[in-house]
Write a protein that binds this ligand. Structure first.
Ligand code: F2R
Ligand code: MG
Ligand code: MG
Length: 318
């Protein structure tokens, strides 16, 4: 499908701002269970303060910014440059995972950037969701080429996440963003077709099983959120959060707002599941679908919007 330039622009901005909005909305409840959120807040649907002031984003968005800046400046992947940007942007108080902190420290001490991530977790590398949470710019820039998308997603994730599952989670999340870009919004979404494409794209059995489970849950008439949490997961591992974000979008695709509220209220890794859901839903709908009251409170909105615009310009002038 040929997408009109203005619609594509709105989708690019929607995806990056959607990611940041989901991150900021989930920030105060990251680490709480769904039941703890219910007892403490009812349903989280406004930007509230937590370990950071209301509207602040966390490591998810900060790392996404580094990915976008580097892709723009280099018109594609440049590992050394991306690492420099991760180090330059890094603010500990945003709340980073153990893995990226260690990797960036090692690189600062002289370990080659290509070698640092494979030293983690006894040489296994990380399968955390830190590669997937920041990958949306790759899904946007390569939305029309799944092969290059996979290869660049692996390279971007591998800087900190050398485990195959960490990289595959990033590739699947980028692909979901790409599929959402290509969908016509406000038309009935072919949910089965969407999830089947993701299944066909996945090349790891753990993810294929999870994506099949997403499809089964979507086929049911009504699904309790506790069943979603227990079967798909809501924790920090890529395979326990990327499929959950996919489900959150597909089960609530009629509304950006509903999808992101659903995602963060699942609890667990709420900022990250919110960010990944927001990136897909924003790529589907475009920026107009993001509630103004959220955008008005979001930290760094003009800059994030300018990065999305510059990514779009690269595609537009291709
Ligand atoms: N870190 C946080 N949230 C806590 C912030 C609290 C803050 N310190 C405060 O209170 O102020 N959130 C962010 O981290 C998640 C992304 O994590 P990432 O980047 O994937 O980190 P890591 O360390 O690489 O992986 C996460 C954990 O997964 C387990 N793990 C991974 N690979 C493993 C392996 N091969 N074997 C065993 N375990 C493995 C480990 O427990 C890792 O630490 C996002 O939620 C982001 O928002
Ligand atoms: Mg975070
Ligand atoms: Mg998180």
């Amino acid at each position: 499908m040929k997408i009109k330039p203005e619609i594509l622009r709105s989708k690019f901005i929607g995806s990056l701002l959607g990611l940041a909005v989901g991150d900021a909305l989930g920030m105060p409840v990251e680490g709480l269970t769904a039941e703890e959120i219910r007892l403490k807040f009812g349903v989280v649907k406004e930007m509230i303060s937590g370990r950071l002031p209301a509207g602040c984003y966390t490591d998810d968005t900060e790392m996404m910014i580094g990915v976008a800046e580097s892709l723009i400046e280099n018109r594609g992947f440049n590992g050394e440059d991306m690492v420099k940007r991760f180090i330059r942007n890094f603010k500990f108080w945003r709340g980073y995972g153990y893995g990226p902190i260690k990797v960036l420290e090692m690189i600062k001490k002289g370990v080659p950037w290509e070698k640092a991530a494979e030293k983690l977790f006894g040489g296994e590398g990380s399968y955390g969701n830190g590669g997937a949470m920041r990958i949306a710019p790759v899904g946007l820039l390569y939305y029309d080429n799944p092969e290059i998308l996979r290869s660049v997603a692996y390279k971007v994730a591998r800087i900190t996440h050398a485990n195959k599952l960490g990289m595959e989670g990033a590739a699947i999340q980028a692909y979901a963003v790409a599929l959402a870009v290509m969908e016509e919004p406000h038309k009935t979404l072919e949910v089965e077709d969407f999830i089947t494409k993701v299944y066909m794209f996945s090349c790891d059995n753990i993810f294929r099983d999870k994506v099949r489970l997403v499809k089964q849950l979507l086929e049911k008439n009504s699904v309790d959120k506790f069943e979603v949490i227990s079967r798909l997961g809501n924790s920090i591992e890529a395979f326990n959060s990327v499929p959950t974000a996919l489900y959150s979008f597909l089960a609530n695709y009629e509304s950006f707002e509903d999808a992101v509220i659903y995602a963060v209220n699942l609890g667990g890794d709420a900022d990250t599941i919110g960010a990944m859901t927001g990136a897909i839903a924003g790529a589907y709908y475009g920026v107009e679908a993001i509630p103004k009251r959220w955008l008005d409170r979001l930290e760094g909105r003009p800059y994030i919007e300018s990065l999305a615009e510059r990514l779009w310009m690269i595609k537009h002038t291709d």
